[in-house]
Structures are given as C-alpha cells and as structure tokens.
Ligand binder design. Sequence first.
Ligand code: FMN
Length: 219
Amino acid sequence: MKARGREPATHPDTTANAPRPDDPIPVLAAHEKNPTLELLLAHRSVRAYRDQPLPARALDLILAAAQRAPTSSNLQSYSIVVVDDRALLEKMCRLCGTQRFVAECSMLLVFCSDISHHIHICAQRDYAYRGDQVNTLLIAHGDANLACQNASLAAQSMGLGTCMLGNVRNDPLGVSDLLGLPRYVYAGTATRTNIATRISQPMTRNCAAPASMTGDANR
Ligand SMILES: Cc1cc2nc3c(=O)[nH]c(=O)nc-3n(C[C@H](O)[C@H](O)[C@H](O)COP(=O)(O)O)c2cc1C
C-alpha cells in the first residue's frame, strides 16, 4: 500500500497560448477522429481482471491524470491510497460487500475525501478552521470522485479495464482502520483496474431527453 502526496499547487501563466476572442470556435469536423470521445462513448465497467501487476509507469500516469482533475477552489481535498498487496486486497474485499473482483484485481485505488491537510495548515498558522460544514464534505467527496473518474479514464485509455467501487463505504471504520487513515480522511470511492479478461456488453442508459433552452431571454 502506498499513499501518494499532492502536486505542489503552482500555477504557471498559460495565457500566452490562450485563444483570442476572434479565433474560430473549434468544432469537430465529421471526418475527424476524436479519441477522447471514442473512449467516453465506449465506456463500460469491467469486473474480471488478469492477475498481473501493472507496470509502475502505468500507475504513475494514472495518478498524474487523477491529480489533474478539476478540484474545488484548488483545495485538492482528497488523497489516493494505492492498495496492491494481495492480503490487503482480500481484506478490502470482505469489507466491501465481498465482491470477489476486489480481491482479484491487482490494484485498487482508494479515493479519500481528505480535509486533514487544511486543518493541519490552519493549526500551523494559528488560523481558525471554518470548513467543518456539510458543504465541506460534499466538496471533498466531489473532488475525490472527479479524481477517480480521471484515473479510470486514464487507465481505460491504456487499454485497461476499470470498475468503480462505492461499496468501499460499506464499513467506513473498518476501511479506515485497515488502511490506517488519519482523522478527517474518509474513503469515499475507489476504482479497480487491470487488464480485462472478460468485457461485458455496454449497459444501456435510460437518459431523459436533454433539456435545452435557447432563444430570446426577454420574451
Ligand atoms: C460511485 C459509483 C460506485 C459504484 N460502485 C460499484 C460497486 O460497488 N460495485 C460494482 O460492481 N459496480 C459499481 N459501480 C459501477 C456501476 O454499477 C456501473 O457504472 C453502472 O452499472 C453502469 O454500467 P457501465 O459502467 O458498464 O456503463 C459504481 C459506479 C459508480 C459511479
């Protein structure tokens, strides 16, 4: 199990490459291939994996992609715990509704809502911490989910199979104890990943017709 730190919050000035107001609006021409859209439209969860460790490079890229996800106020209110130890995966499986594919994947990324570093920084600087509201939990959970989706897409783009694991919240205290999570850190979601051995049919979506509002707002 390895816990990864955060990227330093540096913001290089990228305005030099920013589009100008009179630039044409980029629209995909019908004949152009768009690998991002193809990946998104081909999505399906994968629950059968090859038992084989992933190359370290793949993990680095997946984590880098996760860390580039948008994050509320750039607070990065999450941590990622990489679980790749077979005995730990077996225990995680038991805590997460005994879904066998948790034990059978070679790597589980656990995305934790994490405000511990905010509290730590405030304490260091003698500031009062004012973030203990429901909204803080929503923000941290949202950040963690966005990072989880980025990680999943990055893995899928490398040809790996992934499946999210909301059942990581079945036994919050058990998971916290097993992973040694400190106070103010909560395992909110996870994604399993490895090379797929069986790929299911895409699930249908019963989407409502998209709502659209155009026209004269003054009417
Ligand atoms: C937040 C979240 C939690 C999920 N938790 C689980 C889970 O615990 N076990 C599981 O098998 N699938 C889980 N899934 C996957 C969904 O079941 C799956 O995305 C959905 O059935 C649609 O299928 P598709 O992803 O193949 O299109 C989860 C998905 C999300 C977004």
